[in-house]
Design a protein around this ligand. Structure first.
Ligand code: ACO
Length: 359
């Protein structure tokens, strides 16, 4: 039995490869370092869907139309608005048809952006803003959230974020999607399972707590003492460590660069960035001292927190924004798994009591 299925291979995939030893992520033959420089989110959706779903002639337009198609569900949001954002998005996603065709796939990729922006506005007592199908998914997500056009730097930062997190091997949420897809349930069921797995703080729920940590530290000068006390109390530092990476998570670098670009355009407070850098330095120093054999380094969630905060997303909605990007990978993996026709059904070792044998 491998606790946490560590090192267990449970699928063959052409979608992405997480090389934990060398700190490299490859998405369909392209390294993440190149992908973030050459591709927009729509290009990555097309790349991931290729061969698993029919290609629409213009994926950006098709995604725009899908945003318009799902917008109507916000009118019937009802008490869903009172739920935490990620649960609200999950409840609305559950209303989409459970198909396995391109139209379902596009609606699933479009929906987290539309539902997140709309639910956040409804929570604030504001009317949701209808999608603009002419815009890119990143630009429209920010516009639907704020009601005004974001700057080019802000669009580019959100786009880079969604590209960076679009797919990542057999992570917990993608595995959940594949397990459901292996039963031949529809794509919506797979995405609902994946989002439920993403929600937990050990997976996609970490960036909100990263900001709580930064708030707790307060000033760069306090970083060393605060981190020392937290580790002394046996706490886990959010935004550090990874099951597969034994060196730095390459996504952390892609997002750190985006954060620096935002800072250069004045969209991130210089003091906030300085605080984050001081916390990162103190955390890495002390994790290396305390866990010399574990190679704990910065993961994707650390700079995600700063980036999404600067873009105006409230921290309780960060997991929804993660889903806005990762949904592309979930859908592609669900199709890839369903095509194998093979049910995922592992075994467990029974360690409970056995029935008494009658004398
Ligand atoms: N801070 C302090 N100690 C840590 C951390 C951390 N962030 N991560 C791992 N450790 C320690 C553990 O306490 C454990 O110590 P022990 O051997 O003395 O008990 C040791 O390192 C190994 O930890 P595991 O739990 O075996 O590592 P695992 O591979 O299961 O954990 C995980 C990976 C869950 C990401 C972990 O590093 C963690 O909890 N990090 C904080 C939460 C986080 O940032 N999550 C986002 C991950 S990225 C993503 O999912 C998108």
């Amino acid at each position: 039995m491998k606790s946490g299925l560590e090192d267990v291979v449970a699928a063959e995939t052409v979608l992405s490869d997480v090389d934990g030893k060398n700190g490299r992520l490859i998405v369909r033959g392209v390294s993440l370092d190149d992908l973030v420089l050459t591709s927009r989110f729509e290009d990555v959706v097309a790349l991931l869907f290729d061969g698993f779903l029919p290609s629409p002639p213009d994926l950006r337009a098709a995604l725009g139309a899908a945003r318009v198609a799902v917008f109507g569900h916000l009118a019937e949001a009802g008490t869903v608005v009172d739920l935490p954002p990620v649960e609200g998005v999950r409840a609305l996603l559950a209303r989409l048809p459970d198909g396995d065709d391109l139209s379902t796939a596009l609606e699933l990729v479009a929906a987290p952006a539309v539902f997140t922006a709309g639910l956040l506005r409804l929570k604030a007592g504001l009317a949701p803003i209808a999608p603009d199908p002419e815009l890119s998914q990143a630009a429209d997500a920010l516009r639907m959230l704020r009601g005004s056009m974001p700057s080019a730097e802000q669009v580019s930062a959100l786009d880079r974020y969604m590209v960076t997190v679009a797919d990542h091997g057999l992570n917990a949420s993608t595995f959940a999607a594949r397990v459901v897809a292996s039963t031949q349930a529809g794509l919506t069921s797979s995405v609902l399972a994946a989002l439920s797995a993403l929600k937990g703080p050990l997976h996609g729920g970490a960036p909100g707590p990263v900001l709580d940590m930064l708030d707790g530290v307060g000033t760069p000068g306090n970083a060393e003492a605060w981190i020392g006390a937290a580790l002394g109390d046996g706490e886990r530092l959010m935004g550090f460590g990874h099951r597969v990476y034994r060196v730095r998570d390459p996504r952390a670098d892609a997002l750190k660069a985006a954060v620096r670009m935002l800072a250069a355009s004045g969209a991130i407070d210089a003091n906030r960035l300085a605080l984050a850098e001081a916390v990162e330095e103190a955390a890495l120093q002390q994790l290396r001292l305390r866990k010399p054999d574990r190679a704990l380094d910065t993961n994707v969630e650390f700079y995600t927190a700063l980036l999404l905060e600067a873009l105006g997303f409230p921290r309780e909605a960060f997991t929804c924004v993660f889903a806005m990007g990762r949904v592309a990978g979930w859908v592609a993996h669900a199709r890839e798994q369903a095509e194998t026709g093979r049910l995922i059904r592992p075994m467990s070792v029974y360690v409970g009591p056995v029935p008494r044998v009658a004398a």
